[in-house]
Design a protein around this ligand. Structure first.
Ligand SMILES: C[S@@+](CC[C@H](N)C(=O)[O-])C[C@H]1O[C@@H](n2cnc3c(N)ncnc32)[C@H](O)[C@@H]1O
Length: 282
């Protein structure tokens, strides 16, 4: 796939709302009139694969490339996030044990994505700094955290989540945010996982590959499956090194059978049926 130039693959639907104009300003994405983009089918009157718009008060990303449009939005107040909150296994679940959530460390989730893992850390009582390099994913997350902060079931959890638009390979040089974290958590896109991934994740992969990023370095991982092995390796090395300089414990999420990030052997790991959490440091 040939990536389209930045900003040309995602547009914001203009609904005459102030928050839409604020979003357009903060992301520099183009605003288009809803009337020119009314089709819900594969045939598009205009050339944007993705659009952003508020649906039922949730900022929603639509992928128009499929026969049925794929919608991606983040909601911590219901569905999967809430289910995991109630039945996810608390401090005993593998992810929580890897992070040592029981000790309530300050955690930096340096590849925040859809914020699912960060929400788990925050729901277990940890303060979480979320870093996300994609301007579009950052916007989806920001909206979800704002809604969670206004909901009685999730308000205290959302208060523990602080989000920044940032490239984590630049850590710790740009650690302007907060007290340095005790743990950095990394869950970069795994380059070989595309065939088995759910629709939502497939959408996210293409979005990340073709939409604006904070820096070009950050974007490298996003084009992972178009990159050469050397580019991918360099990216992984810079991500892991930056994380290790920032915190004494780094946890990297990998598919269970995958090679470790940057091919650097961890000091230990915790496994669940499909996932392995590689641990570097103490
Ligand atoms: C697989 S997703 C993370 C999913 C997340 N753990 C969750 O629970 O939803 C990977 C995310 O990391 C982000 N990312 C990759 N490299 C990054 C970097 N250098 N700095 C910040 N974010 C990065 C991508 O934009 C993407 O949104």
């Amino acid at each position: 796939m040939i990536p389209l130039p930045d900003n040309k693959n995602v547009a914001i639907i203009d609904d005459n709302d102030d928050r839409t104009y604020a979003l357009a300003e903060s992301t520099a994405l183009e605003l288009i009139k809803a009337a020119t983009h009314s089709s819900e089918t594969a045939t598009q009157p205009i050339n944007f694969r993705f659009t952003l718009q508020w649906i039922d008060n949730k900022l929603t990303l639509k992928d128009h490339s499929k026969r049925s449009v794929v919608n991606v939005c983040i909601d911590f107040t219901q569905g999967r996030a809430l289910h995991r909150l109630k039945y996810g296994g608390g401090h005993g679940q593998e992810l929580a044990r890897a992070i040592k959530t029981r000790e309530l460390p300050l955690v930096c989730d340096a590849t925040a994505g859809l914020g699912r893992d960060a929400f788990v850390f925050a729901s277990l009582g940890c303060e979480v700094i979320l870093l996300e390099q994609s301007i579009v994913v950052h916007a989806l997350l920001k909206d979800a955290i704002t809604r969670a902060a206004a909901h009685p079931d999730t308000a205290t959890i959302a208060e523990r989540m602080t989000l920044y638009k940032s490239d984590s390979t630049l850590l710790p040089g740009n650690w302007l945010y907060h007290t340095p974290p005790q743990v950095v958590y990394l869950d970069p896109m795994y380059p070989d996982g595309k065939r088995t991934a759910k629709k939502e994740i497939q959408t996210l992969r293409v979005l990340l590959e073709t939409s604006p990023a904070v820096t070009n370095t950050a974007k490298r991982n996003l084009a992972a499956y178009d990159n050469t092995a050397d580019e991918q390796k360099d990216y992984e090395i810079s991500l892991l090194q930056a994380a290790r300089k920032t915190a004494k414990r780094v946890v990297v999420k990998r598919p269970r059978k995958a090679r470790p990030l940057a091919d650097v052997a961890p000091s230990g790991n915790i496994t669940s049926p499909n996932t392995r959490y590689d641990i570097y440091g103490s």
